[in-house]
Design a protein around this ligand. Structure first.
Ligand code: ATP
Ligand code: MG
Length: 655
């Protein structure tokens, strides 16, 4: 344990000594080796130019980066390419048309196998159908879909004709959908009757029906039939199978400028009003293709890749659609939830499709831990060779559980830090190079200049904590907030001169590894020490009785703020007084007395965003007995009711 010093920007309390070397065979055959760091350091722009060479360009660029007017970047200036051609046509032209692009499994167990050649034909037809409906390059198309192959096809059809897509997560309400359609002034909406979730059809079309009258820009609604449920039908509605099946199967992709807008995607809204993040074409595709090949060591001829995210989040955009398809990968796409029809569904799918690379989120991993080790143990997971994590800090114990129970102690775990704004993975181990430390995202990737700085913007030494920043522009960076350049400047480029500030706290350990410590908005100020939520949560999760935990700082007359913890227990554990006392002691022993929670409230669930991230601001309201703030992005609002009621019945355990 390190002593905290009051002048520290963010305390470094947790220390971790476990380390895992890359497996020798993986290291020997790795796509990216240690020399990539040196190469990128010697000439960063030449390094990125080389990565852009992975793509087919119709016109080569004249300049790698235009950073003359920061923070507005242009990458691969003057270059022209077609994103859909790079994801489909070129693989078919190279003779790989029969390779499976998507093994799709519906939640009820229905399946589809789609080759690159079949995918290309569908995307060409969809591109023709969109054109016939009046969509032109530069127009916006909203996509509100379940996890079915047509969602990827719709995105690629937009990319093919230069229309900018805005995918809205299929769980969102009329307010969220209509707000996003209006913000982007979308001309067409692509949706489905519904999709399967938790064992039943989950309707989507009614939300679109209620949104369209609020959205004057919408001219047509294209509807995929997935569930066959009854739906209302309006003047603007057309069936996907009518317009796409009837469309010409020939379509020649036109090149677009490297900076042509590819998509708008709204951040998940964990801390603030969602922002419409704009991504463009050449730089974005370069970095998603590169990171997918480097971080997952993808071998397109033999790997079966599975990203468990929803296409409605950036992880789905970059690592279901654009990265894997640009690399000619074979992947699994699954429609439903991990507990339907049983809690072993993920492991059953890995066994069935011989998945080699799994990419999922800490929230899912902690849920699997809670369900018990015996569930994955029933399935053959020996095909797995790399495990990835994204979305939140991964607690060291969850990382260890993932490695042991899913990876059988042989697969590297890559914790990948990035954001909707960064477009692609930024900080992560390389599986054939890095000795991994549980809980750490380790280093900026080759070509990425990530740093941890203090309040003044100076790099912190090893052992120090502060803010995660990016010191240099990167190809897949956001170009602006849609329609709001000033918000782009204010939100990301104003805190520290000349640096992108990500909003996340971080530290460097004694070996120089980067650890993500959660949102700076969530940092707790206890007796003059800035303590991250992540470290206290990780200390709680390292107790065998705890599966998951959230902590918040609540106003305290003595210490300024005091730590209030909300743990979820593992199956079988009893949340009695003895356990609570033990948990407080455990945190004290792991991190020091300063980090002991004042109060602990065992909860059945935690409030999470639709993307699975813990919403600490709501718990702060509960801990401070305020009426609940905005709960619109909350997954399940009943959870908050339960927590509030429980909290009202507990008293201060620090007395
Ligand atoms: P909003 O910005 O609207 O609050 P959001 O930040 O949740 O939404 P995303 O872009 O989906 O929207 O999430 C990015 C954030 O997720 C990062 O800033 C970080 O806080 C967290 N995150 C992602 N990956 C990791 C990781 N590997 N380790 C730690 N935190 C991570
Ligand atoms: Mg964010």
């Amino acid at each position: 344990m390190n002593e905290t010093r009051p002048q520290e920007t963010l305390a470094n309390l947790l220390s971790e000594t476990r380390q895992f070397e890359p497996p020798a065979d993986l290291a020997a055959a790795a796509n990216v080796k240690a020399d990539a760091y040196d190469e990128a350091k010697a000439d960063r722009l030449a390094f990125w130019a080389k990565q852009a060479g992975r793509l087919d360009w119709d016109t080569p660029w004249d300049r790698v980066l235009d950073w003359d007017n920061p923070p507005f970047a242009k990458w691969f200036v003057g270059g022209k390419l077609n994103v859909a051609h790079n994801c489909l046509d070129r693989h078919v032209e190279a003779g790989n048309g029969d390779r499976v692009a998507i093994h799709w499994e519906g939640e009820p167990g229905d399946t589809r196998t789609i080759t690159y050649a079949q995918m290309l034909t569908q995307v060409k037809k969809a591109a023709n159908a969109l054109t016939e409906l009046g969509v032109r390059a530069g127009d916006r198309v909203a996509i509100y879909m379940p996890m079915i192959p047509e969602t990827a096809m719709a995105m690629l059809a937009c990319a093919r004709i230069g229309a900018t897509h805005s995918v809205v997560f299929g769980g969102f309400s009329v307010d969220a959908l209509s707000g996003r359609i209006n913000d982007a002034q979308a001309k067409v909406v692509i949706t489905a009757d519904g999709g399967y979730r938790r064992g039943k059809p989950n309707a989507l079309k009614p939300t679109v029906d209620d949104s369209v009258p609020l959205c004057p820009s919408v001219e047509k609604v294209i509807v995929v039939r997935r569930t066959g449920q009854d739906i209302a039908w309006g003047d603007k509605d057309v069936w996907w199978h009518d317009v796409v099946d009837a469309a010409d199967k020939e379509h020649e992709a036109q090149p677009f400028d490297a900076e042509h807008p590819l998509y708008i995607l709204y951040t998940s809204g964990t801390t603030a009003k969602p922002k419409g993040i704009l991504h463009t074409s050449g730089g974005y595709l370069t970095q998603v293709a590169y990171t997918h090949q480097a971080v997952f060591d993808l071998k397109p001829e033999s790997d079966v890749f599975w990203c468990g995210a929803d296409i409605g989040w950036v992880t789905g955009h970059s690592y279901i659609v654009y990265g894997p398809l640009a690399n000619g990968a074979t992947q699994l796409m699954y429609e439903g939830t991990p507990d339907t029809p049983h809690k072993g569904r993920y492991w059953e799918l890995i066994d069935k499709y011989k998945v080699t690379i799994l990419y999922t989120a800490p929230t899912a991993i902690r849920t699997f831990m809670r369900w018990g080790d015996d569930i994955p143990a029933k399935f053959d997971l020996s095909s797995l060779r790399i495990l990835g994590s994204v979305g939140e800090p991964i607690n060291p114990e969850a990382w260890m559980w993932y490695r042991e129970h899913i990876g059988h102690n042989k697969t590297p775990v890559v914790d990948t830090w990035w954001q909707t704004e960064t477009g692609a993975i930024m900080v992560s181990p390389l599986p054939g190079v890095t000795s991994t430390t549980p809980g750490s995202a380790q280093h900026g990737l080759p070509g990425i200049d990530a740093d941890v700085v203090d309040d003044q913007g100076n790099s912190v030494p090893n052992g120090g904590g502060g803010y995660l920043v990016l010191r240099e522009p990167w190809p897949s960076m956001l170009r602006t907030v849609w329609g709001d350049d000033q918000r782009y400047i204010d939100t990301y480029w104003s805190r520290f001169a000349g640096m992108y500030f990500a909003g996340d706290g971080a530290k460097r350990d004694d070996d120089g590894n980067i650890w993500l410590l959660g949102r700076v908005d969530d940092v707790m100020l206890v007796s003059g020490h800035n303590i991250s939520t992540t470290e206290v949560e990780s200390a709680l999760v390292s107790h065998p009785a705890v599966a998951e935990a959230a902590v918040v700082g609540a106003t305290d007359p003595v210490t300024g703020q005091a730590i209030v913890a909300f743990p979820i227990l593992r199956g079988g554990a009893e949340g009695d007084e003895n356990l609570l006392a033990e948990l407080r002691e455990h945190v004290g022993k792991t991190l020091g007395a300063i980090a002991k929670p004042r109060q602990i409230m065992v909860v059945p669930e935690l409030p999470k965003t639709r993307s699975g991230k813990i919403m600490r601001r709501l718990l702060r309201d509960v801990a401070e007995n305020r009426s609940l703030g905005d709960v619109t992005t909350l997954q399940d609002s009943a959870v908050m009711q339960l927590i509030s009621e429980g909290m009202a019945n507990t008293k201060n355990q620090d007395d």
